[in-house]
Design a protein around this ligand. Structure first.
Ligand code: ADP
Length: 843
């Protein structure tokens, strides 16, 4: 820079107007050029000119170039810095622009603007007389003293930096070799200063004033550094200081950084990562991989896409809970209390869960079976899982598997893919932050399968206690020990769980609830919970048992309690509005009366005046009328008795993944030639049942006097059998008895009893075989208010599972033959003419 001293700048200079940054003599700055006038200047002066003079331009700070070319040039700052364009880089992206590297030479003042277009050119007067500077010599008087103070401050600043860094050492040497007068400009552009402060230094044409303006800035920087070093001593990571300096740049035009957290981040990121890797207590193989990746990362430039990938990978690795775990605090007695408090009914399930926990308490390294709760939605499977986690004092994480059809969802993507990430198991572990959580694998029966591999196969590895201590996620590519994780699965049905997976699990059936159980659950758990959720108290809202029963029977039809909970939520919302309105009125009208129970009695008259509806008396009790107001007219009416007013209708009991259901079977006949038509989305087994039923009836038509005198009841007749709710596929053998009863009713013209439901598989010889899902089916019949249930004799043992009060309400008929079924299904029995065939006289 001392070599500039002889330079005389031209008297006419093209002007580059900048709006970000101030160029000071003696520093170098990068300027982005994208406005029309500046672009023109670069094109015609810098890109075409050949002489050294043509690369000298005037840089005028703080000027915004007008949007359009034709616009007037705004008023220019009168003082600028003549600069030497050292480098010009052009680019067309994202829009055409140039980047100039300019080194400031000296100040100038604009004396006259000669022209404005295509770029401004002005007559200038050089202000810094560079050749006058005393080379190394001392100035006298106040100026001398100022420059000495400034020099010392600069030396102090550099002294605070780390001399082992080459640029710092170079700066230290420069301080001695530069003329003192240039120091304010050089240092002001290096240290952290705002544009405004730099502009003040630029405007200080007088040397003395310039020193005065720049000295406080320098002192401020020194103080800042001191403060920083103090805090660093508290956190003894000294290496940051070096990095800060290296980055902050003693390069001309760049500034020191005090905001280390923001600007140093990437610099010491790898150092931080390395620390984290060492602190993560990984097993040997993982640590080795991490250190190797870290080494690669250090060599990589940050702009490389792989840098981000590797960085993310290492972040993931250090966040995984390799050896972090919670301690189990299992106390079986407390667990029993907690399970009982959280859940009403479900005795069998709770007993099995307690057994499971008890064994764990006795043998903590238990590699027991994985529990799988199977039952309709809303019966509390998830919430039991959550309770188990609480009793054990473990973290809980739910992994929804419904619709997952790609094995990388479980096992992760290989890191070669863009956007690759670990699977849900590893992600879950990262989320909970410990390696022994309770993982609830929700809806294992809804796992899909696709070309991307079979997620069930991947789950097998996760769940197998022999393999899962070295589960290898594709993304991590190192084994992670899952043996401490407690897995619990839930499903609606076992039918769609892949057999290999089912084999690993112990299935616990969670059947639906009876109406009485639902009422209890509502009053013990759902209502208090919903009240709390809506900020209400039992003093504000009461739902009597009768209303709950109404909600259950008229507004919901489900095995679980989920829509019941939603309906209660709807009531709470409606009441919350009333309560909030009440509050407001009472606050406005009579604030003192609020505490009293009957806070609203006086407000009525005032309300009439003000036109505000009177707030309701507390508590608000939901009766039948209020229920109808809030939830609308009943959604489900008891339609059973109405539908059984014609012959040819019977009620069967079906099991679906949603729980038990009652199912109507309808038949009609018309003239034809003995065809059987079946509708209602039936599976093959169901169709076979229908054919069996017809065959049995034809062969026994005479016995039951169904044929109307002819040999075959189907002679000249077509029969149509329909199973309503056509959108739902129905299959399974258990509708056999219902079809027979329905057809017998049609052919005999007699009505089936309207309060009877039945289930059972039939054989061609008229025997009734046992079926599954008896508890759910019986509960469905009970829900529908039916009185008699016909079930196969061999299912009698299943009644044990059914609550006593339900058993007491129902009249069970155990049938082993179709004859018994028909007798129970019709009022007054269905007499067979058994005695007659043998005794009919042939005469
Ligand atoms: P699932 O997982 O079986 O579909 P959830 O566990 O999500 O059902 O249960 C739905 C709601 O019903 C939860 O708020 C739960 O607390 C409640 N619930 C279900 N069964 C019971 C029960 N026996 N006792 C208390 N609350 C229950």
């Amino acid at each position: 820079m001392s070599s500039n001293s002889g330079i005389q700048i031209p008297s006419r200079l093209p002007l580059l107007c900048t709006h970000d940054g101030v160029l000071l003599p003696g520093s170098t700055m990068r300027i982005s050029v994208d406005t029309a006038r500046n672009m023109q200047l670069v094109k015609s002066r810098l890109l075409k000119g050949t002489s050294l003079k043509s690369t000298i331009i005037g840089v005028i700070p703080n000027t915004r170039d007008p949007e359009h070319d034709s616009d007037e040039l705004p008023s220019l700052h009168s003082i600028g810095t003549a600069g030497l364009a050292v480098q010009v880089v052009g680019s067309n992206w994202p829009k055409p622009h140039y980047t100039l590297l300019i080194t400031g030479l000296c100040r100038f003042r604009v004396t006259q603007l000669l022209r404005e277009r295509p770029f401004p050119v002005a007559e200038v007067e050089q202000l810094d007389k560079l050749e006058q500077y005393t080379e190394g010599g001392q100035a006298d008087g106040e100026l001398g003293e100022l420059s000495q103070r400034f020099y010392q401050a600069a030396v102090q600043l550099v002294g605070m930096l780390d001399m082992s860094v080459p640029v710092v050492a170079k700066l230290r040497r420069l301080l001695d070799s530069l003329p003192r007068e240039t120091l304010p400009d050089v240092l002001a552009s290096m240290i952290r200063t705002s544009n405004k402060e730099k502009l003040q230094v630029l405007d200080a044409v007088d040397l003395e004033e310039r020193f005065k303006k720049a000295l406080p800035l320098l002192t401020r920087q020194i103080e800042g550094l001191k403060l920083l070093q103090k805090t660093r001593k508290l956190r003894p990571d000294d290496d940051k200081r070096v990095l800060a300096i290296r980055k902050g740049g003693v390069f001309p035009g760049r500034q020191f950084s005090l905001d280390e957290e923001v600007e140093d981040e990437d610099g010491d990121d790898t150092a931080m990562l390395e620390k984290k890797v060492k602190a993560a207590a990984m097993p040997e193989p993982a640590l080795r991989v991490c250190l190797k990746e870290l080494k690669r990362l250090k060599k990589m430039p940050q702009s490389m896409p792989e840098y981000a990938l590797t960085h993310n990978y290492l972040e993931m690795m250090v966040e995984l809970p390799w050896s972090k775990s919670t301690t189990d605090c299992l106390d079986i007695r407390a667990a029993r209390v907690l399970l009982d408090n959280d859940h009403y009914a479900m005795e069998k399930l709770k007993r099995r869960v307690l057994e499971y926990l008890a064994v764990r308490q006795l043998k903590s390294t238990l590699k027991g079976p994985i529990l799988c709760f199977v039952g309709p939605p809303g019966v509390g499977k998830t919430s039991v899982g959550r309770s188990i986690a609480r009793t054990l004092g473990r973290e809980f994480h739910r992994i929804a598997l419904g619709g997952v059809c790609d094995q990388s969802d479980i096992r992760g993507h290989r890191r070669t893919y863009v956007g690759s990430m670990p699977g849900r198991i590893i992600n879950g572990l990262k989320t909970v932050g410990v390696n022994n959580p309770v993982f609830l694998l929700d809806e294992v029966d809804k796992l899909g399968k696709s070309l991307q591999g079979d997620p069930a196969a991947a789950l097998l590895e996760v769940l197998d206690p022999e393999q899962n201590h070295s589960f290898t996620d594709h993304y991590l590519n190192v084994p992670f020990d899952l043996s401490q994780v407690l897995f619990i699965a839930t499903a609606n049905t076992t039918a769609t769980i892949p057999p290999a997976l089912l084999d690993r699990m112990e299935v616990l059936q969670v059947p639906g609830y009876t109406q009485e159980e639902k009422v209890e659950i509502a009053h013990r758990h759902l209502i208090p919970h919903q009240l709390e959720q809506h900020g209400l108290t039992p003093q504000q809202l009461q739902i009597p048992q009768d209303t709950t029963k109404d909600i259950i029977s008229k507004y919901t039809r489900e095995a679980g309690v989920r829509s019941l909970e939603r309906k209660i939520g709807a009531i709470c919302r409606a009441v919350a509005v009333k309560v909030a309105e009440g509050h407001k009125v009472s606050r406005v009208e009579s604030p003192t009366e609020q505490h009293e129970g009957k806070a609203y009695q006086n407000t009525e008259n005032k309300d009439e005046d003000s036109g505000i509806a009177s707030p309701p008396e507390m508590p608000i009790v939901i009766d039948h009328i209020a229920l109808k107001d809030i939830l609308g007219p009943p959604v489900f009416e008891m339609e059973v008795s109405e539908r059984l007013t014609l012959p040819g209708v019977a009620i069967g009991l079906a099991w679906t993944p949603m729980g038990g259901e009652i199912m109507f079977v309808e038949a009609s006949r018309m003239e034809g030639d003995g065809q059987l038509t079946l509708t209602g989305q039936l599976g093959d087994v169901m169709k076979e049942s229908a054919h069996l039923a017809i065959s049995w009836l034809r062969s026994n038509a005479k016995t039951y006097l169904l044929a109307n005198g002819s040999a075959d009841p189907l002679e000249g007749t077509d029969i149509h059998l329909h199973f309503p709710a056509g959108a739902v596929t129905k299959d399974g053998p258990s509708a056999g008895v219902t079809i027979v009863t329905c057809l017998a009713s049609l052919l005999s013209g007699r009505l089936v009893r309207s309060d009877v439901a039945m289930t059972g598989e039939i054989t061609l010889r008229g025997l009734v075989l046992p079926v599954g899902g008896i508890k759910d089916k019986v509960l469905a019949a009970h829900r529908a208010n039916l009185k008699r249930v016909i079930i196969p004799k061999r299912n009698e043992k299943d009644l044990e599972e059914i609550p006593a009060h339900v058993r007491a309400d129902l009249d069970f008929v155990f049938a082993s033959t179709l004859d018994e079924v028909l007798n129970a299904a019709f009022d007054g029995g269905f007499p067979a003419a058994v005695n007659h065939p043998q005794v009919v006289s042939k005469l």
